[in-house]
Design a protein around this ligand. Structure first.
Ligand SMILES: Nc1ncnc2c1ncn2[C@@H]1O[C@H](COP(=O)(O)OP(=O)(O)O)[C@@H](O)[C@H]1O
Ligand SMILES: [Mg+2]
Length: 259
């Protein structure tokens, strides 16, 4: 049974330029006939992916290729402009760790809120708070506002909450390198235990070796399009081949200009 399905998903986003929307400037521009239509970019372009239950899907590609956007669409944070998205079960998203915290509330309250946000009950989260704080090594910060945590600590907290709540779908966006060496080892073994279960995992990582060794399948995104999809080994090798080729091409071109 499929766990995550995307059919012909396309997403247009406005570029940052339009966020600095200034009415007065726009009116002046109109008067001077300089009005340009707001710039929009196709961030995801006709993406179709099916992830089976228990599958471990790696998502690779250069910066800005749409990997994080794809995960946000799957979590329901962003709605596609066109196409269909379906995800079955409880999702634990680990994207931009700690982004969902309220900086002024105590750490313990944030644990409950974040868990409720992920679809768990308040009672369940209250019962789990001690073990979550223990795993995050933040027990003594229990009553302090999240604001006092370093970004590494907030990341540890986000990781501990998301992985302590028995998700059906675990979404990891470049979070395998959270915290110091000791915490990394601890989080790796927790991820490995989820890996063995029937949890569906979608993971974005620049660690291609990890993707090749730990994922069953992979997709390679490039400019919002799926450039390759298939077994993790096949996709990683195709990507590496292209990266190497383009480096060689660049070198050749640079040499040619010197001649
Ligand atoms: N908040 C945003 N508003 C508008 N465009 C965005 C926003 N976030 C990302 N983008 C654009 O979407 C594209 C894909 O970004 P992203 O999904 O973050 O790439 P990746 O995770 O692969 O590095 C980029 O061109 C980026 O500039
Ligand atoms: Mg990203």
């Amino acid at each position: 049974m499929s766990s995550v399905t995307l059919e012909h998903v396309t997403l247009w986003r406005r570029t940052q330029e339009e966020y600095s929307f200034d009415l007065k400037r726009r009116i002046f521009a109109l008067m001077q006939r300089r009005y340009r239509k707001p710039h929009r970019r196709r961030v995801l372009d006709d993406v179709s992916v099916t992830v089976e239950r228990g599958e471990k899907l790696g998502i690779i590609g250069p910066n800005g290729s749409g990997k994080s956007t794809l995960l946000k669409v799957i979590c329901g944070i962003l709605a596609p402009t066109s196409g269909r998205v379906e995800a079955r079960g409880a999702i634990a998203p680990l994207i931009e760790l700690g982004a969902g915290f309220d900086p002024d509330l105590p750490v313990a309250d944030n644990v409950v809120l974040y868990g409720v946000l992920l679809g768990h009950s308040r009672e369940e989260m209250e019962a789990k708070t001690p073990s979550i704080l223990r795993f995050a090594e933040l027990e003594e910060y229990r009553s302090m506002p999240v604001r006092v945590l370093s970004s590494g600590m907030a990341a540890r907290l986000g990781f501990a909450i998301a992985t302590d709540t028995n998700p059906d779908i675990l979404i990891l966006d470049e979070v395998l390198a959270v915290g110091d060496e000791a915490f990394r080892n601890k989080s790796r073994s927790r991820i490995e235990s989820l890996w063995r279960d029937h949890v569906t995992v979608l993971v974005v990582s620049h660690d291609l070796q990890f993707i090749r060794d730990s994922c069953t399948s992979a997709i390679w995104l490039d400019g919002g399009r799926v450039r390759a999809a298939g077994s993790a080994a096949f996709v990683v090798n195709a990507y590496l081949g292209s990266v190497e080729t383009s480096a060689v091409e660049r070198l050749e071109r640079a040499k040619a200009t010197l001649r």
